[in-house]
Ligand binder design. Structure first.
Ligand code: SAM
Length: 225
């Protein structure tokens, strides 16, 4: 799986994608990550990538030319490919969306900044889909791009050491995760549930399933519908 992230801040992408599980997934060849600096493709004498909005108002808008040229530099994409523009107005990214995207060979993500993109970029790149990571507004698309890349990567077998641990995480089976405990068995008078110390694997499994169900019912009843 190849991730091509178009951004004004490639160092943000590089730093995150080089550390921990993402870094190891890259080293193992499970994923490939390239951060492309949109500014490198500006034909403006001052490498300008934004301009003031027609009609007035505050903020700057990313211009079409560097975005389109940066995208063209990636072509041809590995197929099947998906191309995304990060925007609060897009389709909400979630576990099912991440799972769907594991089928792609290349994922291109445009990171916006300031007021976002000139609307016409959608006509210039008609394959581009709009994606949001939630109903709040961030200053840039780097965190959304990294969130997507991270969530998708850990669903690819080989990225995380034990895929069974990914399958046991929240949302994979439709439920929230069960509670976890580690040593010591008692801390400041707080005890670990007895069943987890019993060594009875069937009973532990049953307890975990019941806990996951109870938690989901209590915290996210919408998931059970
Ligand atoms: N004017 C835009 C609006 O109100 O919908 C917000 C622009 S935001 C300040 C700058 C950039 O951050 C966006 O172009 C987008 O790339 C990114 N961004 C911010 N919040 C986001 C979210 N919830 N999901 C995805 N991308 C987001």
């Amino acid at each position: 799986m190849k991730f091509s992230i178009l951004t004004l801040f490639p160092e943000i992408i590089e730093t995150y994608a080089s550390a921990s599980i993402m870094g190891r997934a890259r080293q193992k060849g499970v994923i490939e990550v390239q951060a492309v600096n949109i500014r490198d493709f500006s034909t403006d004498a001052h490498r300008k990538v934004d301009d003031s909005p027609f009609g007035g108002g505050s903020g700057m808008v990313l211009t079409c030319q560097p975005l389109e040229s940066a995208y063209e530099s990636l072509l041809p994409l590995k197929q099947p490919a998906r191309v995304f523009m990060t925007t609060p107005t897009g389709r909400r990214f979630d576990h099912h969306f991440a799972l769907e995207l594991t089928q792609a060979q290349e994922i291109v993500i445009f990171c916006g900044h300031y007021e976002g993109f000139d609307e016409r970029i959608k006509q210039l790149i008609p394959e581009m889909e709009e994606v949001s990571i939630g109903d709040y507004v961030l200053t840039g698309g780097e965190l959304p791009a990294l969130s997507m890349m991270d969530a998708i990567t850990r669903l690819i077998p080989g990225a995380v050491q034990k895929f069974t641990s990914v399958q046991a995480d929240s949302f994979y089976d439709g439920l929230l995760d069960y509670p976890h405990y580690t040593r010591p068995a008692e801390y400041k008078g707080l005890k670990v549930p007895d069943v987890l110390l019993s060594g009875n694997h069937a009973a532990i499994e049953q307890w975990r399933k019941a806990q996951a169900l109870e938690r989901t019912q209590r915290l996210r009843p919408d998931l059970l519908k």
